[in-house]
Design a protein around this ligand. Sequence first.
Ligand code: MTE
Ligand code: MO
Length: 388
Amino acid sequence: MAVSTNTTRRRVLQGGLAAAGLSALGIPEWAFPLLAQGETLVPFTDLPETFPAPAADRRVLDIRTIDGPFTPRDKFFTTQHYGHPDVDPVAFRLKVSGLVDRPLSLSLDELKKMAAQDLVAGFECSGNRRPLQGLSSNGRWTGVPLRAVLDRAGVKESAHEFVFFGADKGEEEVEFRTQKYKVEQQFGRSLSREKALSREPFLTWALGGEPLSKHQGAPLRLLVPGWYGVANVKYLSEIHVQAEEYLGKYQARWYRTLRGETINGAVKWTERAITHMQLKSYIARVSQAGGSHKVLGVVLNDGTPIKSVEVKVDEGPWQAATMDPSTREKFGWKLFTYTWTGATPGEHTLVSRVTDVNGQVQPTEKDLEVKKTFLEDNSQYPRRVKIA
Ligand SMILES: Nc1nc2c(c(=O)[nH]1)N[C@H]1C(S)=C(S)[C@@H](COP(=O)(O)O)O[C@H]1N2
Ligand SMILES: [Mo]
């Protein structure tokens, strides 16, 4: 977009947001979406009074700025538990240890000499939820399949658990019965043998053709396509292969969902680990051009092909939305659009729902009442907009 038109559009948008009573927010520069000439953004009225100012090492994607398949590098959401560690990419070695025939210590150059591939993958933090929905993004990553590195190390028969440690660490209080112990822990996540040796997990050093930034896990990270963000260990420094289960804090405790499930006819309160993404869609932006309104939204799931996305306006019928043909990659997010005609002035509710080829339908908020903890909120989100 040409710089000269920037200011004009921004002024138009500021006007629009002011009309919605959002001008008092002191919305930062990044909050202003890119719009085509003659297109204006329709304000959401369900946004909070104030945006929580993210900490320096966090970034929330303003979903109203989504206008193409890939999230720009400097907008890609970011979150983590121990801040951004400094890792010298020259001194860096990826260690592979434990139940392998040949323990490895690989430099970034050695990794890059393996057959590099590109992978389109989008993901959301398992804590991503209404009203911001800003903890999701989509990227083109360059790297090598994890399997290539594991084959080089030679995985032993006795190996069952693959632990991925980041270079980031912090002091943690580990509770054991009546005792509490303060110990230093590295961020760690694990995969089963079956998942680790499948063709999907990927080690990446570049996003959008450029070396990973600190935000996205420089110099190397793991990606588990189709899984929630927490599986994608940033600042990856060690892969330790072992026989027994890994029970680190971010594996065994902080990433769990407590849900009521009917098992043998009775409700059992079950805790399950956060793994693959649950089928989800959300409306990201609504804009007006000419006589009609364009609704744009995002679909995320575990890679199961999508059958349909529908949009409902107020109490009207579900209407088919159109999948964006530029977002067809199995593990990338999918964008959809819906043309809303005949919108009348005033407040309206817009909601989307996605169905996959297995007939699974995105749940409503009511359907998810049996889910107690806030992670994995993939419920349909009725968004409120105001037509001038
Ligand atoms: N080393 C490390 N990797 C991590 C984390 C972390 O705290 N440390 N947080 C995880 C979580 S919870 C999410 S949602 C994603 C966020 O990835 P992003 O910052 O690239 O969006 O990183 C994951 N990888
Ligand atoms: Mo997360």
